[in-house]
Ligand binder design. Structure first.
Ligand code: BGC
Ligand code: BGC
Length: 875
């Protein structure tokens, strides 16, 4: 394990580990950034002169450029900042640094405390109403603003600001235009288009009275197993840099034009720094890049974005060489603020400060001392955090100068954004112009982006573009599914649980095809499962399939095999192929995946990424016009190298030694011959692999499993797929809860009215013999707040109703109400007759009694049997 390997070296040599150093760090005051270090007292100020070590190597601040940033040094503005700051109490200052979430504060809280900003998270809406109207969004913005301007309780009037994740359009608002996710935009290689998208997004956001957008994400994803790969434009840092510049200009207006005018919102370049470079593509994980790579790869988006005038930067959840960025003074203060010259504000990410060793969501002076200016503090942690921070300034843990610097930065951004001079949210020029939400002009831009994002991977016999006047079968579960084509961060955080009608004004891929084909006199027949009962076969089949939506760590994968252990879509493609129907695959995905079998089964193959609400853009490119002319040729090229095997997850064009299936930049045009063979290897390589531990559940269920819950009341048995973060049946209530990161554990309450269970199942039996042979244990993180008196079982099931169970409650009680891991030797199940060649449900928790327990990570651990908590008699 690498931990805390950044050391500060000073005159006394390596002194302390960085993460414990927070309390020593004073700020480098923005206003005095250029004169800072020499005069600063050596023991209270961090300056690059002291130096740091990363894994035994001294850091080198000269790797980072001194940027020339617009709008700096405006004396009149700085004077306004200073004057206002001089009138503020400590309480008022700290309130500027607290950013709560709309689910956790009331307008009265805003009046009382005067928070500097607030946010709505993914899938969070006014009054918790998914269908809140634009008027309701504005009303909330107006009420919060008026409360912040009401000085009757706190004696001060500073306009608050509302931040939202408009990461592919104003994605929490019903009816908004949803643009392709970043990965698709990366395929377009068109910064002008990106700027138009950002400007349209700004207008839709302004229509709801919101000031600030948490975009662009400028991660350069290096490992495609990362669940946020689709939020990354490209593996090429140059593309990310140019796009960052363009999107910031589109959101905020160009620095020399209508910068932060009434048509514009404040942008955030995120997540600083190295979010796309973590080991194993682990979300919120540890990046081990060298400092030079950190700048040359992961830092490029900041060069583009800051030079364009981005006013805010969001700190990342990830660590760099074991040190959490939220608590890293070298990166936040020395590199970003002092060296690169950023004088805007650094906002934290969703309780990210609480992950710093020694911190909690409720208390974290280390983050402020490292250079964080605003705590993003959803949940009810905001109140203790506010009081603790005030106390920490009073007792000297946080220097007053650091608070003054942070608040000066916040005020500076507010002055630049004109918040003190603008009318209130309800009275701004674009407010309430509900016609802007999903405006046809914006949809046209999105549709253009969809066209440019498509990458043609295979086109045997020049099948594409098709003639429209034919009879076509449109199959696949993605064909008429706007939620699926939009991906995560679409109305809901995970992008799941949405129906087509919840995207008013949007067009599914099928609808776009049907429209094109019909107007040319052809027929498009929708049949998701591909069944066809007409006597004459269709001329061709277009099959739309791919990944279901996910966001953040829920999308992390162990390897890149598509539909591992459950090749449903391949079966469909093969069935059509066997009938002699030409097959065109349209693949919806947030990243390149290993799809050799699906490529083999397709005559033509289009990577469509996550196109968003304007599915018609797909048909624009798939079809010629009625005269056979190409209307819109394929122009998209791969923004990420396409892997040659499921294990080839860290495949990037800069690495000469790894050969992908298709290189970065690949993309056929109409009429160009296919280069892919029809018989790509279909060996997923797993049999040659040493058995390694398999995660079944960690924040989310890992493929090929899904979560189910069931109840048995008397004779009657029911079971359902778990599809939301809180779900009940007659016996069980299952809820997502937070342990280390958001929604990483589940709380199960059994009411004792019957037999209840929660567990993982696959669609097809899985062969887990290798785990049994490797003396593995099934391990599960468990917790219960009370001692459990009645039996709680861990069960494993195989095909044909076979089952084995082990009682868990005594082992659970031995954890003494703390979180811990309970593991079971797999042989315990084998001895009860469980057939490991055909496992249908690798784990379920089951009881008839009333109890409440929490569970976290579930893993198969090779070699774990010997040490298992529960072993079996003759094992
Ligand atoms: C994400 C950020 C996002 C924030 C607010 C976090 O978990 O990492 O990208 O801006 O939530 O929703
Ligand atoms: C919340 C979302 C939020 C996300 C940030 C989740 O727990 O429900 O609203 O955007 O965390 O990661």
């Amino acid at each position: 394990m690498r931990h805390n390997t950044i050391n500060r070296t000073g005159p006394l040599g390596p002194l302390f580990i960085l993460s414990t150093l927070g309390f020593l760090t004073a700020c480098t005051d923005a206003a005095s950034a250029d004169k800072a270090s020499p005069e600063a007292p050596a023991d209270t100020a961090f300056s690059s002169a002291h130096g740091y070590e990363v894994d035994g190597q001294p850091t080198d601040i000269k790797i980072w450029p001194k940027l020339t940033l617009p709008h700096q040094g405006d004396a009149a503005l700085e004077q306004r900042v200073e004057q206002l700051l001089a009138t503020m109490t400590l309480e008022q200052k700290v309130a500027q640094m607290i950013q709560p979430e709309i689910r956790d504060i009331t307008v009265e809280d805003m009046r009382r405390y005067g928070f500097g900003s607030y946010l709505n998270g993914g899938g969070s809406y006014p009054h918790n109403n998914k269908h809140a109207t634009p008027e309701e969004w504005i009303n909330l913005a107006e009420a919060m603003y008026q409360a912040s301007m009401d000085d009757s309780q706190d004696g001060i009037a500073i306009p608050t600001m509302w931040g939202t994740d408009a990461v592919h359009g104003h994605n929490n608002v019903i009816g908004a235009t949803l643009f392709p996710h970043n990965i698709g935009l990366g395929a377009a290689r068109n910064p002008e288009l990106i700027e138009k998208i950002a400007a349209a997004t700004a207008r839709e956001v302004m229509a709801t009275g919101i000031d600030w957008v948490f975009a662009p994400t400028v991660a350069v994803a290096r490992d495609d197993r990362w669940g946020r790969t689709y939020e990354s434009y490209s593996e090429d840092p140059a593309v990310v840099r140019d796009y960052s510049r363009a999107i910031v200009e589109g959101l905020q207006g160009a620095a020399d034009k209508d910068f932060l005018s009434e048509q514009r919102v404040i942008a955030t370049v995120k997540h600083f720094l190295g979010d796309g470079g973590t080991e194993g593509g682990d979300d919120q994980g540890d990046a081990l890049a060298s400092e030079r790579e950190l700048f040359e790869i992961h830092g490029q988006g900041y060069v583009g974005g800051l030079e364009a005038g981005a006013q805010t930067v969001m700190a990342s959840f990830n660590s760099w060489h074991g040190v959490k960025n939220h608590g890293n003074p070298y990166l936040l203060t020395d590199v970003l603020k002092t060296r690169m010259g950023f004088d805007g504000l650094v906002v934290g990410d969703w309780n990210g400060h609480g992950q710093i060793p020694g911190c909690s969501n409720e208390s974290c002076p280390q983050a402020i001392n490292a250079g964080l200016d605003i705590f993003m503090v959803p949940t009810d942690a905001w109140k203790p955090l506010y009081h603790n921070t005030i106390a920490q300034v009073r007792d000297g843990t946080i220097p007053q100068s650091r608070i003054d610097d942070a608040v000066a930065r916040i005020l500076r951004v507010k002055f630049r954004a004109g918040l003190f001079d603008k009318p209130s949210p309800a009275n701004r020029p674009l407010s309430g112009k509900t016609a802007l939400i999903g405006h046809p002009d914006h949809r046209a831009i999105a549709r253009e982006a969809v066209r440019e994002s498509l990458v043609l991977l295979k086109n045997d016999g020049n099948l594409l573009p098709l003639m429209p006047g034919q009879t076509l079968l449109i199959a696949g579960d993605g064909a008429d599914n706007i939620g699926k084509q939009s991906g995560g961060w679409s109305i809901t955080w995970q992008g799941t649980g949405n129906q087509n009608h919840e995207f008013p004004g949007a067009t599914s891929i099928y609808a776009g095809i049907a429209d094109t084909v019909k107007s040319a006199g052809g027929r498009a027949v929708l049949s998701a499962d591909g069944s066809w009962d007409e006597p004459t076969l269709p001329d061709a089949a277009i099959v739309v399939f791919g990944e279901d939506p996910y966001a953040e760590g829920n999308g992390d994968l162990d390897n890149l095999e598509y539909q591992r252990g459950n090749k449903r879509d391949l079966a469909l493609l093969n069935r059509l192929k066997a009938q002699g129907i030409p097959v065109i695959s349209v693949f919806i995905s947030g990243r390149p995946l290993w799809i050799n079998p699906e490529l083999n089964a397709s005559d033509a193959f289009v990577a469509a990424w996550l196109p968003g609400t304007e599915g018609a853009g797909v048909a624009d490119v798939l079809f010629r016009d009625a005269d056979g002319q190409v209307r819109h040729d394929f122009t998209g090229t791969l923004p990420f190298s396409w892997p040659a095997s499921p294990q080839q997850a860290r495949v990037n064009f800069q690495d000469a030694d790894v050969k992908p299936l298709l290189p970065y930049g690949f993309g056929l045009k109409a009429g160009e011959p296919s280069t892919l063979a029809g018989n790509l290897s279909e060996d997923n390589g797993l049999s040659q692999l040493k058995v390694t531990s398999q995660t079944l559940f960690a924040q989310a269920v890992k493929a090929p499993w899904h979560m189910m819950m069931g109840a048995q009341l008397g004779e009657q048995q029911t079971q359902q797929t778990v599809s939301s973060s809180i779900q009940s049946n007659d016996v069980v209530t299952l809820k997502s809860a937070d342990r280390d990161v958001q929604e990483d554990v589940r709380t199960v309450a059994f009411n004792g009215q019957g037999r209840g269970w929660v567990g993982l199942q696959g669609n097809f039996p899985e062969d887990l013999r290798a785990y049994l042979e490797a003396d593995s244990a099934l391990s599960i993180e468990l917790h219960s707040a009370d001692a459990i008196e009645s039996p709680l079982f861990l069960t494993m099931a195989c095909e044909g109703q076979c089952q084995g169970k082990v009682a868990l409650h005594e082992a659970l009680n031995r954890l003494e109400q703390q979180w811990g891991t309970v593991s079971v030797d797999l042989r315990c199940f084998a001895q009860q007759g469980v057939n490991f060649a055909k496992i249908t449900a690798p784990v379920a928790l089951e009881t008839e009694a009333r109890m409440q327990i929490d569970f976290g990570k579930i893993t198969l651990v090779p070699g774990g049997a010997a040490e298992a908590t529960l072993r079996c008699p003759d094992a």
